[in-house]
Design a protein around this ligand. Sequence first.
Ligand code: ITT
Length: 197
Amino acid sequence: MHILFATGNEHKVSEAAAILAPLGHEVEPLLIQGNPPEFIEPQAEGIEEVALSKIEQARELVMGTKLEDSIILVEDSGLFIDALGGFPGPYSSYVESTIGLPGILQLMSAEPERGAEFRTIAVISIEGNTITETGTCRGKISKQLSGDTGFGYDPIFIPEDGDGRTCGEMSSIEKSSISHRGRALKAISELLNSPSK
Ligand code: ITT
């Protein structure tokens, strides 16, 4: 299937394209007059509500255009740190752009309990239906920034299913084989490929 990913984050598009290509789906960015959409993210309690708001906004953007019948993907992701009561969670984007990764390491500096989880809610709009899937990746917050691949919080997140490196030290293929995004998109693909779809 040909899927248009509505996101302002080009790293997400490249990861999704690489995850879904072997499963038979082609992913391209949704562009409106040449530009990726800029979503208004509600300061919601959960990433589910944010993801559902994004799909509504994306549908409105394509309504009445030649892209109206396209299959559209959106997702919302967040880093939930156990010792901080799930912070930054739905505020991950805002926190990255304000205190940044050094700010998170500072908040965690005296904290021995470093468990955390990345979560993605991926939503696809197809033929008037909405399909939602979740992907999670357990891990821990590193003591320092490591690696320069990936994006966002990758240099401070060490996935449990990895070998001790941060996601920022992994290739994109390694990261996606165990990541929240990889898991959510593989689950979406299974639904898209199922006979009832
Ligand atoms: P869109 O909403 O336009 O899709 P965004 O970058 O704002 O793009 P999110 O709200 O889903 O996307 O992301 C929340 C934050 O989590 C943001 O700071 C991202 O950089 C970060 N993030 C998301 N996925 C990540 C990943 O796989 N690895 C590291 N950080 C990630």
